[in-house]
Design a protein around this ligand. Structure first.
Ligand code: UDX
Length: 435
């Protein structure tokens, strides 16, 4: 099939590339000229494992093209995927303005029948608005479906190529058939394509992210209880995860969930309820626990140093909101770095891939180093904010030799307290006894 993908962010780029990899002809469009120029040159604007190889191969095989011209992208295609951002408005609701400006542009550009597939996460009811808005700007016939995307950054290619399920909200049987045909190669493992009403599909996306965030906040609250009663959240988690009714995923306590989806979707969910005069007790609590979790970690660090914090050099390992991505958006690391800078500490950060984004956010307010041990030189403490694999088994002796004060604040529970105690470190983690 011939397909246009509008928006080449994390979702659009992976979706377009994944579809091309399955043999479709895909034109990816973005208004960001610098980003498109990079992609045309075979360079990746984001770090996502496995993506570059697929992009380059599909470009070489001429199934994948990049353009800044929407008219050109939507010419002669059957499907147009909308994959633009819906960031939070100041009040927390979803800002759908990018979606609607794309819809207006599509309406002006199309010269025949098209199926518009919305992948951007929008409040329930938006797809119907998209349909109305499109009808205002074109006399061509079209259908609109919603097809939420569940890929995770860091494993996006794999998630898109081998999804747990595909959700399609659609009210036309012919379009349903086209969507089934499009996704058939992705579902060879027997995973389902779930057809449902447009509103249900829109809600399903929020429900998934809200549930994941709820599990994390729940475990973070349990971690606080563990600390108060001398229990170990790692052991408690094992007890919980082994219950087949619960399962092991998304039960890791830490310094709160971040990223461009979970935090904003939980708040947007609460806003949707508010718009109908309803109260979402759970969603509000999930966000509040997340904020408190980050704050509690920051306070542990500040309490350790007290007045001595001014002028201390603190090393930070990991800046992205999770491993295997260079995305800093709404990441707990940024909140920690901001708080420590404000308290007067000097910050040295090591992250395997986020240098470019760190420079963009902090300029010369922090020092960014290219190696993890380099960050520890003369450091008065180490803060671990992202659980990159390379941080899991460090050389404690080498660390201790480099550091001025042997103290670790581990926001991801990577180490065993007794081992660190033996190595002469003070060690703070989340929901476990400190040493
Ligand atoms: C999420 C959803 O998983 C995905 O389906 C949706 O399409 C986009 O949002 P993503 O933001 O890439 O994906 O990250 P995810 O792996 O879900 O992690 C989100 C946050 O939760 C990270 O900050 C992570 O560190 C945190 N997390 C995750 C925990 O604190 N504990 C866990 O057990 C799992």
């Amino acid at each position: 099939m011939k397909i246009a993908v509008v928006g080449t962010g994390h979702v659009g780029l992976v979706v377009g590339t994944g579809l091309a990899e399955n043999g479709h002809y895909v034109k990816c469009m973005d208004i960001d000229e610098a980003k498109i120029a990079m992609l045309q040159a075979g360079e990746m604007p984001i770090y996502e494992p496995g993506l570059e190889e697929l992009v380059v191969r599909n470009m070489e095989e001429e199934r994948l093209k990049f353009t800044t011209a929407l008219d050109e992208a939507v010419k002669d295609v059957l499907l147009i995927f909308i994959c633009v951002g819906t960031p939070p408005l100041p009040d927390g609701g979803a800002d759908t303005s990018q979606v609607f400006s794309v819809v207006d542009a599509i309406g002006k550009a199309i010269d025949g029948y098209r199926i518009v597939v919305n992948k951007s996460t929008c409040p329930v009811g938006s797809t119907e608005e998209i349909r109305d808005r499109l009808a205002e700007s074109t006399s061509q016939s079209f259908d609109v479906v919603v097809n939420p995307e569940f890929l995770r950054q860091g494993s996006a290619v794999d998630d898109f190529m081998r999804p747990d399920r595909i959700v399609v909200g659609c009210d036309d049987v012919r379009v349903e058939e086209i969507m089934k045909e499009l996704y058939a190669p992705f579902l060879r493992t027997g995973k389902p394509l779930l057809l449902m009403s447009i509103r249900s599909a829109e809600m399903a996306k929020y429900a998934v992210n809200a549930m994941l965030a709820t599990r994390i906040s729940f475990m973070n609250e349990m971690a606080t209880l563990c600390e108060a009663y001398g229990a170990d959240i790692g052991e408690v988690r094992e007890g919980v995860a082994a219950d087949s009714r619960i399962g092991p995923a998304y039960l890791f306590p830490g310094i709160g969930f971040g990223g461009s989806c979970l935090p904003k979707d939980v708040v947007a969910c609460a806003k949707m309820a508010e718009a109908r005069g309803l109260d979402t007790h759970i969603m509000k609590a999930v966000s509040a626990v997340n904020r408190e979790q980050q704050q509690r970690f920051i306070e542990t660090i500040l309490a350790h140093y007290g007045e001595r914090i001014k002028g201390k050099r603190i090393a930070v390992w990991g800046a992205s909101f999770k491993p295997k991505t260079d995305d800093l958006r709404d990441g707990p690391a940024l909140h920690v770095i901001d708080a420590l800078l404000e308290a007067g500490a000097a910050i040295t950060v090591y992250d395997p891939v986020a240098d470019r984004n760190l420079a963009h956010v902090y300029g010369d307010r922090i020092t960014v180093v290219p190696k993890n041990y380099a960050a520890l030189q003369e450091a008065d403490g180490l803060v671990i904010t992202t659980e990159w694999n390379e941080f899991r088994r460090p050389d404690y002796e080498r660390m201790g030799d480099l550091m001025r004060e042997k103290v670790i604040f581990d926001g991801r529970n990577l180490y065993t307290a007794s081992v660190l105690e033996k190595a002469g470190f003070r060690y703070f983690s989340v929901g476990r006894p400190s040493v």
